[in-house]
Design a protein. Structure first.
Length: 263
């Protein structure tokens, strides 16, 4: 479906029976809600799963850049209001993790628990994001797609799944330049350390052991900043374990929400 969240139209997918615990999934920079497909398939009998495309990604139109994490979290918060979600587990990956963290801070009464995948208090440096924005402004998304997509997935996955790897690169190129640049600006400006230290809900931090974009050490630092947070390493995965190890991510979603399912 498509929902107007404030001034912005978003693509939204809702699966699973009404009345079950709600999990909201937030994707990473340059991808779409489709990166969660294999994670969602085995769990929709026990959970109500909500996915959406952030601004300028997937089938959601862009608004004019730049964006901030606070603005993008505001879209998520309006999604919860539009769907009348009283309580939910938020699960986000990379910039999606920062969005989920900000929303958990803004709406503590609505967030039951938090799962943060391959993200950080600060991702990259302002210089890195300035260079990325300049490259997209000059050459479009095809100018960066090969290098960026290669960091999403382990070399083993890329060798074993060349067609899927090419598909994810193609999906990156189909993002809008405005949406991608807007989200890069959000990453450039984000520093969520004070917000992380204020989180009081149950939190799990997951990270692929071969992640180069947000390495395990920065994910451990994120977990250390959130009171009582747990940290789990996912073996044989890079920046997008939801693609490379979807069964493990599914199992964490189910167990952390206190449900039982065969995954």
């Amino acid at each position: 479906m498509f929902l107007k969240l404030g001034a912005h139209l978003h693509q939204v997918v809702v699966e699973g029976p009404a009345g079950r615990p709600v999990v909201i999934l937030v994707h990473s920079l340059g991808t779409s809600l489709r990166i969660w497909d294999a994670v969602v398939a085995p769990i929709t009998g026990s959970l109500r799963v909500v996915r959406y495309d952030i601004r300028g990604h997937g089938l959601t139109p862009a608004s004019d850049p730049p964006y901030s994490v606070q603005e993008l979290a505001g879209d998520l918060e309006q999604l919860m209001d539009a769907l009348e979600i009283q309580r939910a587990t938020l699960c986000g990956i990379s910039v999606g993790g920062q969005i989920a963290l900000q929303a958990a801070h803004d709406r503590p009464g609505q967030v039951e628990s938090l799962i943060l995948c391959d993200t950080a208090l600060r991702i990259g440096t302002p210089e890195l994001w300035a260079q990325r924005i300049a490259a997209v402004n000059e050459g479009g998304l095809p100018a960066i797609s090969a290098a960026v997509a290669a960091r999403w997935l382990t070399e083993q996955y890329q060798r074993s799944n060349p067609d899927a790897t090419a598909g994810y690169r193609y999906a990156l190129e189909r993002c809008t330049a405005a949406g991608y640049i807007g989200a890069c600006a959000a990453l450039r400006d984000a520093d969520l350390e004070s917000i992380a230290r204020a989180i009081r809900c149950r939190t799990l931090v997951l990270c692929g052991d071969e992640d180069q974009a947000t390495p395990p050490d920065v994910n451990r630092a994120l977990a250390a900043a959130i009171p009582g947070a747990q940290f789990e390493l996912i073996r044989g995965a890079s920046h997008l374990p939801c693609i490379e190890k979807p069964g493990i991510v599914s199992a964490h979603l189910v167990s952390f929400s206190g449900q039982q399912a065969d995954v």
